[in-house]
Design a protein around this ligand. Structure first.
Ligand code: PMP
Length: 371
């Protein structure tokens, strides 16, 4: 059966090999006689799955030993509350700084305001093309508990190509990044980061698992109101087994990490290979958009997302016919987010270059017929 290409922004396509392996192991994992879903999270089999997933993720993303990897629940939006509950008490002022670059970072700032002072250090302007505010223009507090940004805005399609060096800006606070929609698509500069969090349902696995990668010294600062299951210290101390973790989602994430480690591209392997492929995929689509008079993307090339490409038709009434013909051609979930309309193609790790080539062919054919 030929599967269609799924451009969903999330939950999103997973690598076919991962789905096939999960299917083959569904009823009987490695001779255990049970499905991973049916295992005790404290039993030897599941612990080995979880430890392997953590080791593979650490290796893939080159996570330094001074960082802990936590498997949590509650999603990206859960972290909007869990991060301030754990970190905002670090500074006596209970103040954190926020860089607003789109819907997801705005949500983070609003939610943090329930736990302390959520100060807006910078905000993207309404200009076209859209540009990220330069770090040198950010109005950071003297000593905030942390500085938060969303390193890839999934709806607006805006990505930080480099993370800011807060120390060079005279700020000692840890940088917190919401990397939900581009984790594992490129390396993370850990020396610039204190905490990274991501919902799994885009580049990693099923919804229900949330990854938190946090520097050791940031543990142990939770506010008294923080629920015990959301206190990073408790999760770190108990290897993410403070309570029942999302076991099946961790298992699938582990298979995805192994798939990522196996990838090769132009002599590269693992994350370097997937990054090279992601760069090539994004270039193919942006080049098609830029060369056309029918399609338009409003983001400056300096901060265009490799993962989420929002685009618009010059004649908006053609959006529905475009989508209908795309579906017929096996190109699914290209409708733009309801907040912005238009179209959006998400090109996560599991999207092969062939999918982007098929999309570009469809775009050319549609343009030729509607010129
Ligand atoms: N942050 C980003 C960047 C996202 O893309 C999303 C989901 N699309 C969220 C946070 C919210 O994640 P969740 O639905 O897992 O709470």
């Amino acid at each position: 059966m030929a599967r269609p290409f799924n451009f969903s922004a999330g939950p999103a396509a997973l690598p076919l090999e991962v789905l096939e392996q999960a299917a083959a192991e569904m009823l009987d994992w490695h001779g255990s006689g049970v499905s991973v879903m049916e295992m005790s999270h404290r039993g030897r089999d599941f612990l080995s799955i979880c430890e392997q997933a953590e080791r593979d993720l650490r290796e893939l993303l080159a996570v330094p030993p001074s960082f802990r990897i936590l498997f949590m629940q509650g999603g990206g939006l859960g972290q909007n509350a869990i991060v301030p509950m754990n970190l905002i008490g670090r500074a006596a002022s209970h103040t954190a700084d926020f860089v607003l670059t789109g819907s997801w970072s705005i949500k983070s700032q609003v939610e943090a305001g329930r736990y302390g002072q959520a100060h807006i250090a910078a905000k993207i302007k309404g200009e076209r093309p859209v540009r990220l505010p330069s770090p040198s223009s950010w109005q950071l507090n003297a000593s905030p508990s942390y500085v938060h940004l969303c390193s890839n805005e999934t709806i607006a399609g805006i990505e930080f190509q480099d993370l800011p060096d807060l120390r060079a800006l005279g700020c000692d606070a840890p940088l917190v990044i919401d990397c939900s929609s581009h984790i594992a698509s490129r390396p993370i500069a850990w020396r610039r980061v204190g905490l990274a969090y991501a919902g799994a349902q885009k580049n990693i696995g099923p919804a229900g698992l949330t990854l938190v990668i946090v520097r050791d010294d940031l543990l142990g600062h939770a506010l008294p109101i923080c629920p015990s299951v959301f206190d990073y210290r408790n999760l770190a101390d108990q290897g993410s087994m403070f309570n029942t973790p999302p076991t099946y989602a961790i298992y699938i994430a582990g298979l995805t990490f192994q798939w990522l480690k196996r990838q090769t591209e132009d002599g590269l392997t693992g994350l370097a290979a997937i990054e090279a492929r992601n760069i090539a995929k994004a270039k193919l689509l942006y080049d098609c958009i830029d060369a056309s008079s029918l399609y338009r993307n409003d983001v400056d090339p300096s901060c265009r997302s490799r993962m989420n490409v929002p685009f618009f038709l010059a004649d908006e009434s053609l959006t529905e016919p475009f989508l209908a013909l795309a579906r017929e051609a096996g190109l699914l979930q290209l409708k733009g987010h309801k907040a912005v309309g238009g179209l959006r193609a998400s090109l996560y790790n599991a999207m092969p270059i062939e999918g982007v080539q098929a999309l570009v062919r469809h775009m050319h054919a549609f343009e030729a017929n509607h010129a």
